[in-house]
Write a protein that binds this ligand. Structure first.
Ligand code: BG6
Length: 503
């Protein structure tokens, strides 16, 4: 849809930036904090780039006041951060660590004093290690109980101060990378376990949303989902069907549960046939159906392109040596990759990628916003969007033109989506300062603020404003108009006015 004029951003639009505890706080064993699964996982040789850890990260724990001063200078309206569960409950449940809790009390108070809305993520992947060891992490319903108790405690503590809550960050990513691909803790390769852990997180999510609404009807709560829309490689109907399958498998599988309280039918049926569906108890349905988020958080980096699966795609089956005559082998393949019969990934010839191979696709952002809103009709907060680059500090300056261009294009597409009719109420760029990239160390930088540190914990940890810092400050100051100034009828040229009248 082409719009000659774009709608303004709503007056209360939440212009924000995001972070996560493990990636920025540091102070990994300070003031009584208990270890998380990430504190242990990063010590396994070969798991993170050059063995980088979040031990010091960018020292947000000690420098948050300096960072908030920069946020204020920028004019930031909202700051999304996560609470490190084991900083507050070192064992995940039971004893409270007063000092850890006070750190977040101060952080929230300083944000509010500076007119910045705190947006609290309850879980950004750093499960208390004690819960992993005691219960087997998310494979146990006891971990869900502990999570709901932890969330309820924070709700009571910050009622009246915090309005915006995020339950889980990218449940699709941490269950997939943790239980299926062994790239995150607990480092398993078991699709069944992924499904089971995921189901238990779904229960924890629904119980937490319900509890939040019971405790304070003014709370606004929802999950942050890692959303990537699926494109068919071309108009071949087999590829179009593959894209439907990919959306169902990669997106609806989570989002339907959050909003509708049930798993999407096609994927569930497929997994049941393979004996891979989660173990759902009768009482679980009522829990899932008994909660509805107030908004959906979208983390958008890129989507994906797919084509018909290898069994139905003559071109692909010629390239791959497939033995479809052996039912045992097929069942084994399917247990590892049930999507094999649904779709096959493909390279999108229209898109360029970053140095880390992430496609750059601003239009895909509009597609994502449209699709998510269309299916769920809930307000959307973009809880992450940004680009990782290797920024260079030269004479105190960082000219991150690629970031500015990336964000400009994405914000423009978001504004078009708003003009289309999507209800977007906030946007958090990833990230405010540079921080740790879980698997890629410290050289993949995302921030508006450069932090002087290297992979080996060398550097002053001093902060420097990048060019994008000043650019985003302008965006906020103009409520998004600086991206593409909104024009009024009075500003039309005579020629343009004639065209409008002739229509
Ligand atoms: C999201 C996560 O998946 O992507 C963030 O929520 C993460 O925590 C971000 O840092 C960027 O990913 P990466 O791997 O480039 O750091």
């Amino acid at each position: 849809m082409y719009h000659k004029f774009l709608d303004k951003f709503p007056p209360q639009f939440l212009w924000g930036a995001a972070s996560a505890a493990y990636q920025c706080e540091g102070a990994a064993a300070e003031d009584g904090k208990g270890p998380s699964v990430w504190d242990a996982f990063c010590r396994i040789p070969g798991k993170t780039r050059n063995g980088t850890t979040g031990d010091t990260a960018v020292d947000f724990y000690h420098r948050f006041e300096e960072d908030i001063a920069l946020m204020k200078e920028m004019g930031l309206k909202a700051f999304r951060f996560s609470v490190s569960w084991s900083r507050v409950f070192p064992e995940g449940e039971g004893n409270i660590n007063r000092k850890g809790l006070e750190f977040y009390d101060h952080l929230i108070d300083r944000l509010l004093e500076n007119g910045i809305e705190p947006m609290v993520t309850l879980y950004h992947w750093d499960l208390p290690l004690a819960l992993q060891e005691k219960y087997g992490g998310w494979l146990s319903r006891k971990t869900a109980d502990a999570f709901v108790a932890y969330a309820g405690f924070l709700f009571a503590r910050w009622r009246g101060k915090v309005r915006w809550w995020i339950t889980f960050n990218e449940q699709n990513v941490f269950t997939g990378l943790g239980y299926r691909f062994a790239a995150h803790p607990p480092g398993e390769k078991d699709f069944r376990h992924m499904m089971q852990a995921n189901h238990i997180v779904n229960l924890a999510n629904a119980r937490t949303v319900r509890l939040a609404h019971q405790m304070d009807p003014t709370f606004r709560i929802g999950p942050s989902f890692g959303y990537g829309p699926s494109y068919p490689l071309n108009a071949d109907p087999g590829n179009v069907l593959a894209a439907l399958n990919a959306d169902a498998f990669n997106n609806d599988w989570w989002l339907d549960v959050y909003v509708k309280g049930r798993y999407p039918r096609f994927v569930l049926k497929h997994l049941e046939r393979l004996g891979l569906a989660p173990d759902i108890r009768e009482e679980d349905y009522a829990i899932l159906e008994g909660a509805r988020p107030d908004f959906l958080g979208m983390n958008y980096y890129h989507g994906g392109t797919v084509q018909a699966n290898v069994f139905e795609n003559p071109q692909l089956s010629k390239q791959k040596t497939l033995d479809t005559t052996d039912p045992y082998q097929m069942q084994a393949d399917m247990e590892e990759s049930p999507e094999k019969v649904m779709f096959e990934t493909a390279r999108n010839p229209y898109l360029e990628s970053t140095e880390w191979g992430w496609e750059i696709d601003p239009k895909g952002f509009r597609v994502a916003l449209r699709k998510m809103y269309d299916r769920y009709e809930l307000p959307i907060i973009v809880t992450e969007n940004g680009i990782g680059t290797m920024d260079v500090l030269e004479n105190g300056k960082i000219h991150d033109t690629q970031r500015i261009e990336y964000l400009r294009q994405h914000l423009l597409e978001m504004r078009k989506a708003i003009t289309d009719g999507v209800e977007v109420i906030g946007y958090c760029a990833w990230s405010f300062t540079d921080l740790l990239s879980w698997l890629n160390g410290y050289r993949k930088r995302y921030g508006f603020v450069y932090v002087d540190r290297d992979e080996q914990d060398g550097g002053t940890l001093n902060r420097y404003r990048k060019d994008s810092f000043h650019w985003y400050a302008d965006v906020i100051r103009s409520n998004g108009n600086s991206i593409l100034p909104e024009r009024t009828i009075d500003e039309l040229t005579e020629q343009e006015w004639k065209q409008v009248c002739q229509k």
